[in-house]
Design a protein around this ligand. Structure first.
Ligand code: AMP
Ligand code: MG
Length: 493
C-alpha cells in the first residue's frame, strides 16, 4: 500500500511508489531550517492537468515544503541513486546531488507523475557540490522545457520556479533558485547502470519490473517483456531525437544519466536552439570535442541505448550469446526508426511528399540542408518563411533568407517541383514561428537578476502556441543581432 500525504491544502495526495523500492535505490532526506522561498512563476495549466489548484502552490505550507523547510510526517522525500556515462567515461556514483523526489501525483486520468525539486540543497550524492541552483539556470529550464512541451516534444515540465533568497557561489555570486519539475519518471539509463555496475542483478530486475509497470504496462503480459521493453525504450529515444533535430534543438549533455527511459527530454543545462544552421553546431562550454553537436545526436542516442541494452543482458536470456543477439537486433531498429521519423518530420517541414515509387525525399532533404548549412541560414526563420511562401506565393520573404537572388530562384524552382500544396497544414504544424532563442533567454535571466520579472512573463506568453502567428510577438521571430549573440551555454551547476 502506498503512503498518501496531504499537500497543497488537503486536496492533493502524494504517493511514494519509488520509495517503496529497497533502500539501496535512494537516500531519504529530512527537512532543513532556513527562510521560505518565494514563488516566481507558476505553470497554472500544468497544475490543473495534475489536479492542483495553482494558488495552493503559493500557500506558506506548500512554500515550506517546496523549500525543504518542513515536511508532513508521512512525506518521504528521497534523492535517487544513479550512475552514468559522462562524455563517454563511466561514473559509478552519481545520483540526485542537487534535487529530490518529493513524491508522485496520479491525476484523474490515472497518469503518474514525479514531482521533483531541483536546487534543494545537499544530499548524500552531492559529492563536492553545494546542492543548490542559481536562479538563471532555473529560469532557463523553466522556459526551454515548457517551450519544448508546447512544440510537441516529450519532456519533463516545469510546474514552478522559486527564488530561495540565498546566494549561490559559482564563478560569481548569483541569487539561488528552485525549479519544481514534473516528469513521467526520473528513471534514467544511468539508474540501470548504477545497479548493473555493482553486479546487483536483483535490483536491475526490480527496476526493470517497476519501470515496465510504470511506462509500458501493456508489455507485462507478453512472453518476453524485457526484450519488448528494450525495444520500447529504443523506439522512444529514436523518435525523440528525430524531433530534436527537426526543431534545431541541441541537448548539449546527452550523458546516460541525462537520458530518461520514459523517452522524455530531461536535464536542460547547456541546451540550445540553433540560430544559424550547421550540423556541427555546439553551444555547451564543456563539450570541447563537439561530441553532442546537433548532427551527432542520433549516433549518441544509439550509443546510449547500447549502454542501456548492456544492463539488461542477463535478463534477456540465460544464454549470454542469445542475450547478445536479442540486444543487437533491438539496437539495430534504432537507425531505421530514427530515419523514418526524421524523414517524416523534414518532409513535413519542406512540404514535400514521399514518392509513390522509390523516392522518400532523403537525398533532396540532405542536399537542401547542405545548402542551408553552407549559407549559414537561420534554421527557424528559413522554414517559417518557406511556410509563408507556400501559403501565399506573393510572400517572398523566403528569398531574403538567401544571400544571392540566383541561388534563391534556383532552389525555389527545385522546391516547387517537389512541393505538394496539400501539405500546407503539415508545414504550419512543423515549422514554429517562435523558439526560445538563447539571446532571449539570456535577456530574461539578466532582467530577473535585477529583480525585473516582466521579460519572464512575456517569454512564457510568447512561447505558448509557438506554431501560431501572433502579431504582438513578432519581435520574438528575430535572429540575434551581432552584439546579442550567445556563443556558449553552461551546465548551470
Ligand atoms: P548534470 O551535469 O547536471 O547532469 O549533473 C551531473 C551530476 O552532478 C548529478 O549527479 C548531479 O546531481 C550532480 N550535480 C550537479 N550540480 C550539482 C551541485 N551544485 N551540487 C551537487 N551535485 C550536483
Ligand atoms: Mg543530470
Amino acid at each position: 500500500m502506498q503512503a498518501v500525504v496531504p499537500w497543497c491544502g488537503v486536496t492533493l495526495p502524494l504517493e511514494h511508489s519509488y520509495a517503496q523500492l529497497p533502500e539501496r535505490f535512494y537516500a531519504r532526506l529530512s527537512a532543513k531550517p532556513g527562510p521560505l522561498p518565494q514563488m516566481i512563476a507558476v505553470n497554472s495549466e500544468l497544475a490543473r492537468t495534475l489536479g492542483i489548484d495553482p494558488d495552493s502552490l503559493k500557500s506558506p505550507e506548500t512554500l515550506a515544503l517546496l523549500g525543504g523547510r518542513s515536511y508532513p510526517e508521512t512525506l518521504q522525500p528521497i534523492a535517487m541513486a544513479y550512475a552514468g556515462h559522462q562524455f563517454g567515461g563511466f561514473s559509478r556514483q552519481l545520483g540526485d546531488g542537487r534535487a529530490l523526489l518529493l513524491g508522485e501525483i496520479v491525476n484523474t486520468t490515472g497518469q503518474r507523475y514525479d514531482v521533483h525539486i531541483k536546487g534543494s540543497g545537499r544530499t548524500p550524492y552531492s559529492r563536492n557540490g553545494d546542492g543548490k541552483a542559481a536562479l538563471g539556470p532555473v529560469l532557463r529550464e523553466y522556459l526551454v522545457s515548457e517551450a519544448m512541451h508546447q512544440l510537441g516534444v516529450p519532456t519533463t515540465r516545469a510546474l514552478a520556479a522559486l527564488s530561495t533568497g540565498e546566494t549561490v557561489h559559482r564563478e560569481e555570486a548569483f541569487p539561488g533558485g528552485l525549479i519544481i519539475r514534473v516528469a513521467a519518471s526520473h528513471i534514467r539509463v544511468g539508474t540501470f547502470e548504477y545497479f548493473s555496475a555493482r553486479g546487483d542483478q536483483e535490483a536491475v530486475l526490480m527496476l526493470t519490473n517497476y519501470a515496465i509497470a510504470r511506462h509500458a504496462p501493456h508489455l507485462l503480459n507478453e512472453a518476453e517483456p524485457v526484450k519488448l521493453w528494450l525495444e520500447w525504450v529504443i523506439a522512444k529515444q529514436a523518435q525523440l531525437i528525430a524531433q530534436w533535430l527537426s526543431l534545431g534543438f541541441i541537448h548539449g549533455v546527452m550523458n546516460t544519466d541525462n537520458c530518461a527511459v520514459s523517452g522524455e527530454t530531461i536535464d536542460y543545462g547547456p541546451c540550445a536552439f540553433m540560430d544559424e544552421f550547421h550540423p556541427q553546431c555546439v553551444f555547451s562550454a564543456i563539450d570541447q570535442q563537439a561530441r553532442y553537436a546537433w548532427g551527432n545526436q542520433p549516433s549518441i542516442g544509439h550509443w546510449n541505448m547500447t549502454r542501456f541494452a548492456e544492463t539488461l543482458l542477463p535478463l534477456l536470456s540465460n544464454d549470454s550469446q542469445h542475450a547478445l543477439e536479442i540486444a543487437q537486433s533491438a539496437l539495430a531498429t534504432f537507425g531505421e526508426i530514427f530515419h523514418r521519423h526524421y524523414l517524416r518530420l523534414f518532409r513535413a517541414k519542406f512540404g514535400i511528399s514521399a514518392d509513390a515509387t522509390d523516392d522518400d525525399g532523403a537525398a533532396w532533404i540532405k542536399s537542401s540542408l547542405g545548402m542551408m548549412a553552407d549559407k549559414r541560414m537561420d534554421f527557424t526563420r528559413f522554414f517559417r518563411a518557406l511556410t509563408r511562401h507556400a501559403e501565399d506565393a506573393e510572400n517572398r520573404n523566403i528569398a531574403a533568407q538567401f544571400s544571392s537572388h540566383t541561388i534563391a530562384q534556383q532552389w525555389l524552382d527545385d522546391w516547387k517541383s517537389k512541393h505538394n500544396p496539400a501539405l500546407i497544414e503539415e508545414m504550419k504544424q512543423h515549422n514554429p514561428v517562435r523558439i526560445p532563442r538563447n539571446h532571449r533567454i539570456e535577456a530574461v535571466i539578466q532582467a530577473a537578476y535585477l529583480g525585473d520579472f516582466s521579460p519572464l512573463e512575456e517569454a512564457i506568453m510568447a512561447l505558448r502556441n509557438p506554431y501560431q502567428e501572433i502579431e504582438e510577438f513578432r519581435h520574438w521571430e528575430n535572429a540575434p543581432l551581432a552584439h546579442e549573440r550567445v556563443w556558449q551555454t553552461f551546465c548551470g551547476t
